[in-house]
Write a protein that binds this ligand. Structure first.
Ligand code: NAI
Length: 338
């Protein structure tokens, strides 16, 4: 079964386990008959060897042209070093919405079953923009920017998503009792948008309570709408409820382009060993296929992935199996035919 559409998509294999998991995902998409020409960005080391900076080597231009990208993880230095490429791409392409569906995968051990959440995180501003400077030695200022424009835009994205996918409830998560101006503006902007969507229940919850409530009873939530930093933290918390970062996908979506990536990092401890789990990247690719109008192929791959997990015979080590990355991909491909 081959798709009639052809797509050109930017592929950023990334660092560490990135090349291993992207090549597994490419094989699955090919086997599912999706017609994709990958515009592959060379490894960061190759680009840097030529004396170029990664961000200035045509990556942004390629994504802008193709409007869609699939990306493996990229390492970022902690405290100091070059700015994050992940954040840089989101800013350069104005990928303002970070979408993270969090669902149980049958066969993966987790604290809860039947979790089905969607987190929508504002992706361009807030403390996360990294606007910091040293005021005088020993004193650092870090700026939290919240605008009505970005808050309204992300609210519109969340409520439109709820309408399109029949989600029932959105919780806006905030700390407006303390950050009355910044989180206050986030909330007042959302309330105006919420008023236009009578079919979606709108609620608000303070971030610290929301964290506790998520751990106690995640089933009370449906969609969560958050500023950048709270969204970053709470989406990992949510991933922890269903078995961890290895089994949750993400999309960074803007007006002009969309970039899909797994939320785990480069896993330097297992890089190059051929044992990494490509599930999160494959699930991100499934989101990408839905985004580009390949819903049938997306569903086929998803069904096949779920079946491999249900059977539990060919799983990678992080989820309790012994299979290699390639053996796992082969099992998904074999199951596609059934
Ligand atoms: P990590 O997610 O790379 O690793 C944490 C643990 O999870 C490790 O034990 C690793 O082996 C395991 N793990 C992660 N992905 C796995 C997979 N697909 N299959 C099997 N096991 C997996 O987090 P860490 O160590 O904090 O970060 C390493 C690097 O990744 C850092 O440079 C960080 O900046 C970068 N990073 C990049 C991200 C991105 O590109 N979106 C996101 C998070 C981190």
């Amino acid at each position: 079964m081959h798709s009639l559409m052809t797509h050109t998509i930017t592929l950023i294999p990334g660092d560490g386990i990135g090349p291993e998991i992207t090549s597994a995902v490419k094989r699955v998409l090919l086997a599912a008959g999706v017609n994709i020409t990958w515009e592959e960005i060379p490894a960061r080391e190759e680009i840097e060897k030529q004396g170029l900076e990664f961000m200035k080597a045509g990556v942004v231009e390629s994504i802008r042209k193709n409007r869609v990208a699939l990306k493996g993880p990229m390492r970022t230095a902690i405290a100091g070093g070059a700015p994050s490429i992940n954040v840089g791409l989101r800013q350069a392409l104005d990928l303002y919405a970070n979408l993270r569906p969090v669902k149980n995968l049958q066969g993966v051990q987790s604290r809860y079953q039947d979790v089905d959440l969607v987190l929508v995180r504002e992706n361009t501003e807030d403390l996360y923009a990294g606007l910091e400077h040293t005021v005088v030695p020993g004193v650092v200022e870090s700026l939290k920017i919240i605008t009505e424009k970005a808050s309204t835009r992300i609210a519109r994205f969340a409520f439109e998503y709820a309408s399109k996918y029949s989600r029932k409830k959105i919780h806006a998560i905030h700390k407006a009792n303390i950050m009355k101006l910044s989180d206050g503006l986030f909330l007042s902007s959302i309330r105006k948008v919420a008023a236009e969507y009578a079919d979606v229940e709108y609620k608000e919850m303070i971030i610290d309570n929301a964290c506790m409530q998520m751990v106690l009873n995640p089933h009370q939530f449906d969609m969560l709408l958050l500023t950048n930093l709270y969204g970053d933290i709470m989406s990992d918390l949510a991933a922890g409820l269903v078995g961890g970062l290895g089994v949750v996908p993400s999309g960074n979506i803007g007006q002009e382009a969309a970039l899909f990536e797994s939320v785990h990092g480069t896993a330097p401890d297992i890089a190059g060993k051929g044992i990494a789990n490509p599930t999160a990247l494959l699930m991100s690719a499934i989101m990408m296929l839905n985004h580009i109008g390949e819903a049938l192929a997306a569903k086929r791959i998803e069904d096949s992935l779920y079946k491999v997990y249900r059977e539990g015979k060919t799983l990678t080590r992080d989820v309790g199996g012994t299979a290699t990355t390639a053996q796992f991909a082969d099992a998904v491909i074999r199951t596609l035919g059934h």
